[in-house]
Design a protein around this ligand. Structure first.
Ligand code: DI6
Ligand code: FE
Length: 404
């Protein structure tokens, strides 16, 4: 006899477990939930003896794992629509960055805003993600670039986790850009990020992972290695913005540190992809940034398939290269631009995104023992989640078995 708080029934399940039917699908499924955790899942006609305090009948709707946006810069001040206009006139992203705009202009705006202001604007953007089924979101720092402002961003991210109705994982992205006050002294900034800001943020419990931007316009392999050595010594997992604009050997660097993920990877080389496969590093695809930069070099998807590299898909929601706040639109872009199948795209926003955050024991599939984070959709087939571009498809979500 299973004693449950909630029975969810009369639904079709895309469990997203590996190895079985496409999408791990169960027609006419049922889920029993106790204390926010899935305690039984299967076909309705196989339901064991149970009691449930409540029953939700979903009238045949599809249920997927709650979507996981595993790469965002959701918290930032201001916006960069002016740069967008410049880029449409032909100025490149790198040129804008080199002339003191780009990330640094978001840094100025972010430093000026209070925690309440940053929280309010991030919560608005979060609405777009939640309306597209997101129940877990990763949020990076990296627009503060000095101690107080980096901590401020991370505190806002934690507050979103407490008050925003989503699970939040934070990443410290101190090596994102060189702050203007360190323009003539890179080494001192890297020292500060490594020896002062990261330990302070970690001591306050604000850091779930450490990220960096490895690129000629940002930080070198050696600089990132210093940060990653520190992360390792603090017991923190790492991830990397790798090979987005050029082949910087970022994929291999990420793999060398056993990174949870290497993100973007449009320009990653074959040796780097093989190293990711060996290290179990997830490749996070960010098709919104690809679109906004009018990039033409697609990430090596076929090579990742061949080597068994897990592929995740995320919005990269940020003010410069990816002002994208829709997870389902992102699935569409991943299919259209990178030729993922709709099933690969959905795996990239569920199971593989959970791996990219190191939380695959808790979320990412509909399985016994995992949290009951579920998205319920008004669709006829799971492929519709990738097919529509901007259509409202979500009925409701559950987080920890609670209907939101
Ligand atoms: N993620 C990043 O951190 C950079 N590009 C990307 O895809 C820059 C973000 C920005 O321009 O603010
Ligand atoms: Fe990013």
């Amino acid at each position: 006899m299973i004693e449950a708080d909630l029975l969810i029934t009369e639904c079709r399940l895309a469990t997203m477990t590996e190895g079985g039917a496409p999408y791990g699908a169960i027609e006419d499924g049922a889920i029993l939930i106790r204390d926010g955790v899935i305690v039984w899942i299967g076909a309705r006609h196989d339901l064991p003896d149970y009691t449930a305090v409540r029953t939700d009948r979903l009238e045949g709707r599809w249920v997927t794992p709650g979507l996981i946006d595993c790469h965002t810069h959701l918290v930032f001040g201001g916006d960069r629509s002016g740069e967008f206009e410049q880029r449409l006139e032909g100025v490149s992203y790198e040129d804008i960055a080199r002339s003191g705009g780009g990330i640094v202009s978001s840094v100025r705006a972010t430093r000026e805003e209070s925690e309440d202001q940053l929280f309010a604007s991030a919560m608005k953007r979060l609405l777009g993600l939640k309306d597209t089924g997101v129940t877990t979101v990763e949020i990076k720092s990296g627009y503060g670039l000095e101690r107080d402002s980096e901590l401020k961003m991370l505190r806002v991210a934690r507050r979103i986790g407490r008050e925003g109705g989503v699970r939040v994982r934070t990443s410290y992205l101190g090596l994102h850009a060189l702050p203007p006050e360190h323009k003539s002294d890179r080494v001192a900034y890297v020292d500060k990020a490594v020896d002062d800001i990261l330990p302070a943020a970690h001591a306050e419990g604000l850091v779930d992972a450490v990220d960096a931007y490895c690129e000629p316009i940002a930080f070198s392999v050696d600089e990132v290695s210093r940060l990653f050595d520190k992360a390792k010594s603090l017991g923190l997992p790492v991830k990397l913005h790798a090979d987005q604009l050029s082949d910087s050997d970022g994929a291999a660097l990420a793999a060398r540190y056993g990174a949870l993920s290497a993100d973007h990877i449009e320009y990653a080389n074959a040796a780097g992809i093989r190293a990711m496969a060996d290290a179990g590093t997830v490749g996070v695809l960010l098709p919104g940034a690809f679109l906004m930069l009018r990039e033409t070099k697609t990430p090596p998807v076929e090579l990742m398939r061949r080597h068994g590299v897990r592929m995740a898909v995320a919005t990269d929601c940020n003010p410069g290269t990816s002002p994208v706040a829709s997870m389902t639109a992102t699935l569409n872009l991943a299919c259209v631009q990178f030729r993922l199948t709709p099933e690969e795209a959905l795996a990239g926003a569920t199971r593989n995104a959970a791996h990219a955050l190191g939380i695959n024991d808790d979320v990412g599939t509909i399985e016994v023992g995992k949290r009951a984070d579920l998205a319920v959709w008004d669709i006829q087939r799971p492929a519709e989640l990738s097919y529509w571009l901007g259509a409202p498809l979500l009925a409701v979500v559950y987080v920890n078995g609670v209907l939101l």
